[in-house]
Design a binder for this molecule. Sequence first.
Ligand SMILES: Nc1nc2c(ncn2[C@@H]2O[C@@H]3COP(=O)(O)O[C@H]4[C@@H](O)[C@H](n5cnc6c(=O)[nH]c(N)nc65)O[C@@H]4COP(=O)(O)O[C@H]3[C@H]2O)c(=O)[nH]1
Length: 736
Amino acid sequence: MPESIQPNAPRRDALEELQLALREQQVILDTAGVGIVFIKNRLVVRCNQRFGQIFGHSDAAAILGSTSPSLYPDDLAAHALAEAAYPAMAQGLTFKSEVLMKRRDGSSFWAHLTGKLVNPADPLAGSIWIVDDIDEQKAAQAQLQSVLTEQNLILDNAMVGIVFLRNRIATRCNQRFETLLGYEPGELQGVSSRQWYLTKQDWIEAEPRWKAPFAAGHGFEGEIQLRKKDGTAIHCEVRAKAINASDPEQGAIWITMDITARKTAENELLQARADLEKLVEVRTLELSRTVQELKNKAAEQKTAEAYIQRLAHFDALTGLPNRLLLNDRCQQALSVAQRGRQSVALMFLDLDHFKNVNDSLGHRVGDEVLVELAARLKAAVREQDTVSRLGGDEFILLLPDTDAMGAAHLAEKLLQTALQPILIEQHELTVTPSIGIALYPKDGTDLDTLSRCADAAMYRAKADGRNGYRFYTAQIQAHSDRMLLLDNALRRALERKQLELHYQPQIALMSGQVVGAEALLRWTHPELGAISPVEFIPIAENNGLILPIGEWVMRTATRQLSTWIARGMAPITMAVNLSALQFRNPNLPQLVTRILEDAALPPQLLEIELTEGVAMTHPLEAVAVMNELHQRGVRMAIDDFGTGYSSLSYLKKFQVYKLKIDQSFVRDITEDPDDKAIVGAVISMASSLGLQTIAEGVETEGQLEFLRARGCNEAQGFYFSRPLPTQAFEDFVRKQ
Ligand SMILES: Nc1nc2c(ncn2[C@@H]2O[C@@H]3COP(=O)(O)O[C@H]4[C@@H](O)[C@H](n5cnc6c(=O)[nH]c(N)nc65)O[C@@H]4COP(=O)(O)O[C@H]3[C@H]2O)c(=O)[nH]1
């Protein structure tokens, strides 16, 4: 603004110099970045272009003449400035201040004012003011300030600990960081971060962990354990970043969170999970054990059920079907046969004298014989046939679609098969079966009837000499019907007093005197009449009735003898037959003693007759029982001697008193040289063993003479007398 500043110098040179100086000054003023104004008498007297621009004038001249208060927002502000500035300026000082000023459009702006009086000694000479528009700078400052304030606010209220570290020294931190580590406000200022590491080693080792990411411009994140002021350790999660990656000297900001509680919770959670896993493992193990146990139980149960099923349907010893299964199969076979008009054969097979095997060799050997026989029977039949075992040595074979010829053929085959020796341990055994056959529909249409028929036929086969087979016939039917009838009738015979004893005299051959009586059982049925003991004794032995009947016989006979003696008869012996079943009763010796005591009879007057078979089946036990009876004074006789096969060695051991020569030898002794030889040998052998002999079935004088000549001690038979009723016997004795 050269035209704005008019020089006033009188001298030309000086004037020119002045003008030059003024021009220079004007250039300075015009190019100055700040507004410069000369105020006099509160009026803008002169100013540079910039001043005008600052106040909103495009031309500085436009502002000339304006009052200085108009440059301020209001008079009050103008007055306050004047109050502040003029006293200092009056002292020649430069006044500096930042004040709010007003532009032409009325808007305020911040300006930096520098003022000086032209002549401090004369304030009216005016003043020079330099106005620097610092509004933008001010705004920026304010903005910065507000940002800083916000930052501080954030810093102070942050929920995480924040620390600024430079060269690992805390330059600043928020309160959270201090409380996190248990320090008072300001305590950590300027403190090395070593302070909050657990050990120096930790602190040293931590450095490379964050240095590398910082250098790469990355942040660092990690979990570290820090130490509180009181020494306790806390778990912290830290995130850090260099303030300026390219200048590590500027330090880094570290954000720290106490995650001890979380960590503890996590650890607890981990522990809980581990515990849970362990528990689950244990439970799983327990469960799997339980499952296994259940499986085992189920398997056991299945096995048990299968076993029960087997037991229910199969014979445990041989594995053959039992009666239950046989019933089933028989029903099926019969209904098939009925539809197809076929014949079915039912075969009963029973081993002859099997009891002897059991009795002499023991049940184990007996069992093995049965197992072997079962296998042979099974191998001999067709697949559709059923071989079953009812128990003991009884087998039933069900043969579907088999007629008489087929059954006979198979029976022959079975007899041959059974005949093959069976080797058990050191024993070579041969068993023979007796077979009875019944046919559907001829003999019966149901299992029960067919069974009865086959059973009866089997008994026929046994009666006919064993080791053979018989078909069921009408004759057998009649026989088996009678057996059944007798069986039933015998059950009531004792109580109905249908039994009676007859006595057959036994004669001493030297003196001809009656020295004994054999008690022989008689059964007279009201309808059936007299029934021979030969017929009913086997039935009684079979159904067990022989025990009470036998006891009755012994009691009656001994009592009778006692009565006779009481009536004056010379004492004789009373021979009583004893069945195998009675002999096997372990209480026999006591029973005999009791009976003798009851009858008040001396024991030596009782003679117990045992058949050879009875004594020989269990020789050792027989010896024991006989010893016992012998010790009690009872005498024993071996009945039917010669029909069996007594071992001489046992004979010596038995406490036998007498041998009774069977009537089958006596019958023909007058003619048959063999019988003569046998009877002669028996008598001399008995004599050499110190045994008495009695011959039974003596019918003729010739027989008697032979026996007497050979030294037989006694005899009985029709030649002397038939068995007699009580009174008749008494009469017989008296008459002799
Ligand atoms: N041919 C012929 N026979 C003669 C002669 N003398 C006697 N007898 C008969 O021969 C049998 C002898 O009896 P046993 O051999 O013990 O044979 C007896 C015996 O084994 C059995 N018995 C009879 N009574 C009893 C008894 O009370 N208990 C037992 N367990 N069995 C008995 O019945 C079988 C038959 O008895 P019984 O019919 O009384 O037949 C008797 C008898 O009457 C004779 O000169 N010639």
